[in-house]
Structures are given as structure tokens and as C-alpha cells.
Write a protein that binds this ligand. Structure first.
Ligand code: DGY
Length: 326
């Protein structure tokens, strides 16, 4: 119960956000926390947000009109522990004058790093090869065994050239690709410095040996990687997605991988998350999947917690946030 009316009430949707941020929040706010580290069920979320001035949430919490309505008129700030905001109804927040803070910048390097890990693991068949060591598949050295496409002399196409896309491009350069292409809503000046060339989406998907999705999920990008696109890709293409599962029609991806329309895929994000153990996509040999760990390095997660907490405190004080969705 809130006995200190001078402090704003904040609902935190799970108990294990890094303490560095939660401690900042505790100094200025009264916190109620959902004490279970699985995703809070919708009906519980609806109950717990009532009367709160702010919500500290993350990408698995759908903050839709119903949640905003349940929270009521005191709700002023949503602080999400993520760069992606596709789980929040931003239009509805804007309509209600609710400010939204998020965590770009602090997770850019970590996510770009994981994208590269996935890219290398997929092109060089690292997981498939590693399994052979433990399952007796490793016999004498063989010249064609476990060969995959390398990055050298490849055409790498990056879809979405924001912070993460740009950092991925920079990390690709030392691997000596023939060319780096990108598609983005606008041409970016920084691309020239990196050595990346702007192309239309159609050109990107038809000419690349490696296609990397680094875009946000929105109405324009939902299911953009679908049967039609996979059919137009090179058969040798490696597809990487570290953005959101929703940018891919996963059944179409499954079929493209199974039928050999594309060579392999590396995913850090899927639909749904987590994947069910009987999901057919898990039966494919030519896919590497990591469980949405793009930003999962310790320092980054601490920084995300600090930024989320500060966004909430600053937002409640009517000040400029560290990172606010505009
Ligand atoms: C992000 O920050 O958006 C990550 O994908 C975690 O949700």
C-alpha cells in the first residue's frame, strides 16, 4: 500500500531487472513488482497497473489500449527495457499524453555483436559442426565436410540502416566482403564512410549473398520477408534476423529452407517466442537459432536498466528523458 503520497507509483513487470536501475527508481518512486520472472498474464497486468503513474516493462508485455485504459488517468510514463517498441500502442500513448522512454544506443554494440556471432555461426555451420563432435559424426578429416559460404567476397545486404544496421555493416568490413548494400527509408550519409551502398529492397534481396534484417517491426516491415521475397533471393543466400520475428513470415521461411530456395538462416528472434519444442523449424539442419539474446551482455543489460529507470524518473518530473520515443 502506498503510504507516501509524495512519491509516484510505478509498476515493474518482473522481479529481475538489474538492480542498478531498480535502485534508482526506488529512490524516487514507490514500486510494486510482479514477483514472478515469467511473463505477467494479461489479466494480472490489467489489475496491477491500476492507478500507477508509470510502468517499467519490456518487450513481452503488450501495452495496448486496454492496459492504458485500465491504468487510468494518472499514468504518465511507460519505460520499456528495450529498443523495440512494437509491443506498445504508441498512437494510443500519444493520444493520452503518455510519454514513452526506451533504450536505444546502449544496446547497439551488443546487438550488432550478436548479429555477427549468428552470421558466422550460420555461414560456417558452427552449431551443426559442433553437434557432430558430440554425436559421433566426426570421422577422419574430409575436404568437403561442413563447408559453408564465407563472408570474403560476398555481397552483404543489410535491411534497416539505423544504429544497429550501421554497426553491423562496420563489423562486416574486416571480413572483406565484395560489397555492402543497404536498404533504409532514407539514404544515410554515414553509409559512404562505412562503404555501404544504398539500393532498393528488391535489389538488396536479389543481389545479396547474405541478407541481414536489422529493421524495427512496424506496419511496413511486418512479414516483409515472405515467400515472394525468399523466392527471389539467390539459392545460396544466408538470411539473418536479429530484429523481430514479425518481420518474417516464418512458415514461408521454413518452406524456403526446407525446399532449398535459400541456403541457411540465423535467427535471434522468432514467432512465437519462445518457440515450441515441436515447432517444425527446429527440425531443419540449416538454421541457427538463439533465444532473443541480442542485448544480453551484462554491462548492456545494466545500462538498459539504468536508462529505463532514469527515463521514468525524468519523465515523471516533466524533464527531458535520456531516450524518448518521438
Ligand atoms: C530490444 O531491446 O528491443 C531487444 O530486442 C529486447 O527486447
Amino acid at each position: 500500500m502506498n503510504l507516501d503520497n509524495s512519491k509516484p507509483n510505478v509498476f515493474v513487470t518482473r522481479p529481475d531487472f538489474p538492480e542498478v536501475g531498480i535502485n534508482i527508481l526506488k529512490e524516487k518512486c514507490l514500486i510494486t513488482t510482479w514477483n514472478n520472472s515469467s511473463v505477467i498474464p494479461k489479466e494480472e497486468l490489467l489489475k496491477h497497473v491500476v492507478g500507477k503513474q508509470a510502468i517499467f516493462c519490456y518487450s513481452a508485455n503488450k501495452i495496448d489500449a486496454e492496459v492504458l485504459e485500465a491504468a487510468g488517468p494518472y499514468l504518465k510514463v511507460i519505460g520499456t527495457f528495450s529498443v523495440g517498441c512494437d509491443h506498445i500502442n504508441l498512437k494510443e500513448c500519444q493520444k493520452r499524453g503518455i510519454r514513452v522512454g526506451y533504450t536505444p544506443d546502449v544496446l547497439t554494440d551488443a546487438t550488432a555483436e550478436l548479429t555477427m556471432a549468428l552470421l558466422l555461426a550460420t555461414t560456417r555451420r558452427l552449431i551443426e559442426a559442433n553437434k557432430q563432435v558430440y554425436t559421433g559424426g566426426w570421422s577422419s578429416w574430409s575436404p568437403k565436410w561442413m563447408c559453408g559460404p564465407g563472408l570474403k567476397d560476398s555481397v552483404i545486404g543489410i535491411f534497416g540502416f539505423g544504429r544497429i544496421g550501421q554497426e553491423v555493416a562496420k563489423r562486416c568490413v574486416p571480413f572483406k566482403p565484395k560489397q555492402i548494400l543497404y536498404t533504409s527509408r532514407t539514404e544515410k550519409e554515414v553509409a559512404e564512410e562505412i562503404g555501404a551502398k544504398y539500393v532498393e529492397f528488391k535489389v538488396l534481396v536479389t543481389s545479396s549473398d547474405i541478407v541481414i534484417a536489422c529493421c524495427p517491426l512496424n506496419d511496413e516491415t511486418r512479414n516483409i520477408f515472405n515467400k515472394n521475397v525468399f523466392t527471389n533471393m539467390k539459392k545460396s543466400v544466408v538470411f539473418i534476423n536479429s530484429s523481430r520475428g514479425g518481420v518474417v513470415d516464418q512458415e514461408d521461411l521454413y518452406n524456403a529452407l526446407k525446399n532449398g530456395n535459400i541456403y541457411a538462416a540465423g535467427l535471434d528472434v522468432t514467432t512465437p517466442e519462445p518457440l515450441q519444442l515441436d515447432d517444425p523449424i527446429l527440425t531443419l539442419p540449416n538454421i541457427v537459432i538463439s533465444p532473443h539474446i541480442g542485448s544480453a551482455n551484462i554491462a548492456t543489460r545494466n545500462d538498459m536498466s539504468i536508462v529505463t529507470a532514469k527515463n521514468i524518473v525524468l519523465g515523471l518530473q516533466g524533464q527531458e528523458m535520456i531516450s524518448e520515443v518521438k
